[in-house]
Design a protein. Structure first.
Length: 389
């Protein structure tokens, strides 16, 4: 029972791993993400399609007594319950983990929210932008000397979804030693703090307050963007041996022999000087020339790809990292595959369902007969898209 992007990402990945996921949505409007766009194709939001494959959809009015009773019948058969409501609403809706697990002690209950089930600010609404700002992630992102910037993708939501799926999987494994349910509390802020772990540790150990510094790393030098004759590239020098190789490959032997730059600490201290010297050399050739030369020499290097490059990247294509989902009437959508390759599993990528498409099927699964379904439909307790009837 999640909306927007973090919860749908978590449940999509669980579905990719083989779980039977039933997406419970509001009658009439459903998941907020269904309206996120443009782009839309035949009414389908590309954002929604990207996070909702391999699920069934049921519309249920949980504010009604009958709807709440139907939800209980679903939970009685479920292994896991995932919800992303604001924690301030849970007790009023009788969906707090204490309330749910008192009736369904077997259940693994996962709450996804902006700030968690506890703490002073648990009731505040949470979004990706808010989490990136409050966690300090934005404070180190952006051009040097410029305004802090948001990482321009749903980073907090996606990372939170992956975190929730990991915790749920661990809880399911724990069923082998105990049949008791568990409560899992995952927040966008905590996940973004985890993303900031090395920066917070360095600051706590005495490093100066970091600020936006462009595409550089706070610790490693050289680890950043450079201009070439035609387009920017990134170069990542992860150790002292790589530094020596890089100097030889770009004909800057005097840097390799300079005692000030032999260690990363020294290179970091003199970053401005060595970056200027490297930049003066790298701008003389094209990106393709440098990528070929540095790659052959064992130096991690890459162009900064635009999405038009990414979707046509031969390696991405060979890994099937981007796949397609066909939706009747809307044609194929390109979506990112799950980011793992698990030997021995094959998961078909089934298209997302229209709002409430599986309502009747799921209700029959929990023992509701056709007469009851008709009665609940007339009363507005449940709803099914006309397409599915």
């Amino acid at each position: 029972m999640t909306t927007s992007y973090a919860g749908p990402t978590a449940t999509m990945y669980l579905a990719d791993l083989g779980a039977d996921v039933i997406k419970v949505e509001r009658p009439g409007s459903g998941d907020d993400c269904r309206e996120w766009g443009p782009p839309f194709r035949d009414g389908w939001s590309a954002w929604y399609v990207s996070a909702n494959r391999n699920k069934r959809s049921i519309c249920l009015d949980i504010s009604s007594e009958e709807g709440r009773a139907l939800l209980d019948r679903l939970l009685a058969r479920a292994d896991v319950f995932v919800q992303s409501l604001n924690p301030s609403k849970l007790r009023r809706l009788h969906l707090h983990p204490e309330q749910i697990r008192s009736s369904h002690p077997h259940l693994i209950y996962c709450a996804i929210s902006g700030f968690g089930l506890t703490g002073e600010d648990q009731a505040l609404p949470g979004y990706d932008l808010i989490a990136q700002a409050r966690s300090g992630l934005m404070s180190v992102t952006g051009e040097a000397g410029g305004m802090p910037q948001r990482v321009s993708t749903a980073l907090s939501d996606i990372a939170t979804g992956i975190t929730a799926a990991l915790a749920i999987s661990a809880a399911l494994v724990g069923r082998g030693s105990s049949p008791a349910g568990r409560t899992i509390d995952v927040s966008l802020l905590d996940v973004d703090l985890a993303l900031m772990a090395p920066r917070i540790a360095a600051f706590s150990a005495g490093d100066p307050e970091p600020y936006p510094s462009g595409a550089t790393d706070s610790v490693l030098a050289i680890y950043q963007t450079f201009e070439t004759a035609d387009r920017p590239i990134v170069v990542a020098v992860g150790n002292d041996r790589m530094w020596q190789k890089l100097c030889a490959l770009v004909d800057l032997g005097e840097l390799a022999g300079d005692s000030r730059f032999l260690t990363n600490e020294g290179r970091r201290q003199h970053r401005v000087d060595i970056v200027a010297k490297l930049q003066s050399v790298l701008v003389r050739r094209t990106a393709a020339e440098w990528i070929g030369l540095l790659t052959a020499g064992g130096i991690p290097v890459s162009p900064i790809n635009f999405l038009s490059d990414v979707v046509n990247d031969p390696h991405v294509r060979s890994r099937k990292s981007i796949t397609t989902i066909d939706i009747d009437g809307a044609g194929p959508f390109s979506v990112v595959n799950h980011p793992w390759r698990l030997d021995g599993t094959t998961t078909a990528h089934r298209a997302p369902k229209r709002l409430g498409e599986d309502t009747d099927e799921v209700l029959r699964w929990v023992g509701v007969d056709d007469a009851e379904i008709e009665e609940f439909t007339r009363a507005g307790v449940v709803w099914q898209h006309e397409f599915a009837k």
